[in-house]
Design a binder for this molecule. Structure first.
Ligand SMILES: Nc1ncnc2c1ncn2[C@@H]1O[C@H](COP(=O)(O)OP(=O)(O)OP(=O)(O)O)[C@@H](O)[C@H]1O
Ligand SMILES: [Mg+2]
Length: 206
C-alpha cells in the first residue's frame, strides 16, 4: 500500500534519516519506536505527506507524492492524522473541531465516535475547557471521521492514563479488523506490542 524508497532527510547539516526503504501492506499495524530525537516524527511526517524528504520518494497505492495535484483532497480521502501537537482550535467546540475534517459529519456519526472514546459528554465543550487527555481523544475522533484508509499517529497515548490508553488500544484493534492500516510512532511498549511490525529508528536507519 505504501512504499518508501531510499528516503533521506536532513533539517540542517546532519542527516536524521539515511536511505530508508520500507513497504507497508494494507491492513497492517506498524509501530515505529526509538529514542527521543531518533527521527520517528520525521519519518511519520514524510510517510504521511506532511514533510517532503531531502531525497527519495513515497508511493501510496502507486501514487507518487510528488505527483499529487490536490494534496488536501488526497489527505481527506485517504489519511487520518493523530499528531503529537494535535492542533485543536481552542475557540471551537469539540464538535466543530471534528467538523474541520469533514463539514458534513452528522451529530450522530460524531457521537458514535466520541462514545467509543468515552468523551461523548464533551461534544459541545470548547477545546480550551477540556484536559490534555481529552484533547488527545478529540484528535483521535477527528482522525476517524472520514473513515481513512490509513491512520498516522504520533504518540497517540502519550497523554492518556492506562484506562484510556486501553480504550484507544481496543479502538485501534477494531480499526485493524476493519482493514484500516495503522502506523504509530510510540514510546508505549504496550501499544508497540500490539503491532504486527515493530520498527526501531536508530542512527538514521531502521
Ligand atoms: N523542524 C526541525 N528543524 C530542525 N531540526 C529538527 C526539526 N524537527 C526535528 N529536528 C531534529 O531532528 C531529529 C529527529 O527529530 P524527531 O522529532 O523526528 O525525533 P523523535 O524520534 O520523534 O523524538 P521524540 O521521541 O522526542 O518525539 C532531532 O535531533 C531533532 O532535534
Ligand atoms: Mg516525536
Amino acid at each position: 500500500m505504501i512504499s518508501i524508497k531510499n528516503i533521506s532527510h536532513k533539517y540542517e547539516k546532519e542527516f536524521v534519516l539515511k536511505n530508508i526503504n520500507l513497504n507497508i501492506k494494507k491492513g497492517s499495524f506498524v509501530a515505529i519506536t526509538g529514542e527521543s530525537g531518533s527521527g520517528k516524527t520525521t519519518l511519520l511526517s514524510i510517510i504521511s505527506t506532511l514533510l517532503k524528504p531531502t531525497s527519495g520518494e513515497v508511493l501510496f497505492e502507486n501514487i507518487n507524492y510528488n505527483n499529487i495535484k490536490n494534496i488536501d483532497k488526497f489527505r481527506q480521502e485517504n489519511i487520518g492524522f493523530i499528531f503529537q501537537f494535535h492542533y485543536l482550535i481552542n475557540y471551537l467546540t469539540v464538535k466543530e473541531n471534528i467538523q474541520l475534517a469533514n463539514e458534513n459529519a452528522t451529530d450522530e456519526k460524531i457521537l458514535e465516535i466520541l462514545k467509543q472514546l468515552k468523551i461523548e459528554s464533551l461534544i459541545n465543550s470548547y477545546a480550551n475547557e477540556i484536559s490534555g487527555g481529552q484533547r488527545q481523544r478529540v484528535a483521535i475522533a477527528r482522525a476517524l471521521i472520514n473513515n481513512p484508509k490509513v491512520i498516522f499517529a504520533d504518540e497517540p497515548t502519550g497523554n492518556l492514563d492506562s484506562k484510556n490508553s486501553l480504550n484507544v488500544f481496543n479502538l485501534f484493534k477494531e480499526l485493524i479488523k476493519q482493514g484500516v492500516t495503522l502506523i504509530v510512532a510510540t514510546h508505549d511498549k504496550n501499544l508497540a506490542s500490539l503491532a504486527d511490525i515493530n520498527i526501531e529508528v536508530k542512527d538514521g536507519q531502521l
